[in-house]
Write a protein that binds this ligand. Structure first.
Ligand code: A2P
Length: 283
C-alpha cells in the first residue's frame, strides 16, 4: 500500500436500517485523492451476473420548503464476484459531484441505499462463443471487470483473457494491479479459477499522463499495432475475438469504431454478438 492509500475496516454490526434498501458499509479504501473503493453488506436475496450494475446512493438534502428527502442514486458496477458474501464498488471522487462529493466520506458502519435490481450489458450471455476475450477499461471502468475476472466462467469459456486498463497516472492503476496480483497469487482464487487457467490472463496497463513502462491511450496502441506486437497477436477478428468495453464516453465511441473496423458487431443480452459496451460511472 502506498502512503496515499488508507484502509478502514470494521466488522459490520447489523445496524437498524433507517433508509429504504439500506446496506451497511463494511470497509473503505482510498486509493488516490480521486479514487476509492468500498464494501457493503449484501442483501440476502440479491443475485446478479458478473459485470452487472445496481443503483446505489445516499439520501439527498431535505427540500427547503417541504423538508422531504429523496434518494440520490447513480449506477455503479458491482466490482465483487457473484459468489462474494459482500458487495464491492470502485468510485471516482468528484469534489462538486452531487453524490460522490458526499459518498467519498462514508465510513464503516454507515449506511448507503442499494436498489437490489442488477442489470447491464457486460455479461457473458451477450457474447457469442469465442477464443479470446478483451476487457477494455479506462479509469473506474475497471469495476465490472474486477467482478468478471473473479468469475470462473470467464476462464472456462476462453483460451485467453486480455485486461487492458488505461489511466492518467500510475497510482490510478493500483486498484486493478492489486486485484490482478491477488488473482495470480491467492490460493483460494487459484483453486476457484483453476491454477492451469491463470496463465490465460494477460494484464496490459497503460498510462497517458505519467511515465510508466507502457504509455498511451489503448485506442492509439490498437490503431498503430503496438498491442498486437507486444502480445504476439496477429490482430482482432470476429471469428476468434470477443470484447467488453467500459470507460468514458470518448473511449467507448473510439473503441467501438476500432472494433467495428475489425468486423466485430455489437451484441446485447437478447442478441449476443462479438462485443458489448457500457459507460463507466462518472460523477
Ligand atoms: P488522456 O489522459 O489522454 O485524456 P479520465 O480519468 O479522464 O476518466 O481518463 C482515464 C483515462 O482514459 C486517461 O488515461 C485518458 O487519457 C483516457 N481516455 C480518455 N478519453 C479516451 C479515448 N477517447 N480513448 C482512449 N482513452 C481515453
Amino acid at each position: 500500500m502506498t502512503e496515499q492509500q488508507s484502509v478502514q475496516t470494521k466488522t459490520a454490526s447489523p445496524a437498524t436500517p433507517t433508509l429504504p434498501d439500506a446496506q451497511t458499509v463494511t470497509s473503505v479504501r482510498h486509493w488516490t485523492d480521486r479514487l476509492f473503493s468500498f464494501r457493503v453488506t449484501r442483501p440476502a436475496s440479491l443475485r446478479f451476473r458478473s459485470g452487472e450494475f445496481v443503483m446505489i446512493g445516499l439520501m439527498g438534502d431535505p427540500h427547503p420548503e417541504t423538508g422531504k428527502q429523496k434518494p440520490l442514486l447513480r449506477a455503479y458496477s458491482i466490482a465483487s464476484p457473484s459468489w462474494d458474501e459482500e458487495l464491492e464498488f470502485y468510485s471516482i471522487k468528484v469534489q462538486d459531484g452531487p453524490l460522490t462529493s458526499r459518498l467519498q466520506h462514508i465510513q464503516p458502519g454507515d449506511q448507503i441505499i442499494l436498489r437490489p435490481k442488477p442489470v447491464g450489458t457486460l455479461v457473458h450471455d451477450a457474447l457469442l462463443p469465442g477464443k479470446r476475450l478483451w476487457f477494455f477499461a479506462t479509469g473506474t471502468g475497471f469495476a465490472p471487470f474486477a467482478s468478471l475476472l473473479r468469475d470462473p466462467q470467464t476462464f472456462e469459456d476462453y483460451d485467453q483473457i486480455i485486461m487492458t486498463h488505461t489511466c492518467r497516472d500510475v497510482a490510478e492503476l493500483d486498484y486493478g494491479k492489486e486485484l490482478i496480483e491477488n488473482i495470480r497469487s491467492d490460493e483460494m482464487m487459484g483453486e476457484l479459477l483453476g491454477e492451469e487457467n491463470l496463465s490465460k490472463l494477460v494484464y496490459y496497463p497503460t498510462t497517458t499522463r505519467e511515465e510508466s513502462p507502457k504509455m498511451g491511450r489503448i485506442t492509439t496502441l490498437l490503431q498503430d499495432g503496438t498491442v498486437f506486437k507486444d502480445l504476439g497477436i496477429e490482430g482482432i477478428s470476429p471469428e476468434t475475438d470477443r470484447a467488453m468495453v467500459c470507460g468514458s464516453m470518448g473511449l467507448n465511441t473510439d473503441i467501438k469504431e476500432i472494433l467495428e473496423g475489425f468486423g466485430l458487431e455489437e451484441g446485447a443480452n437478447s442478441d449476443p454478438k462479438h462485443y458489448v459496451v457500457e459507460k463507466a460511472f462518472v460523477g
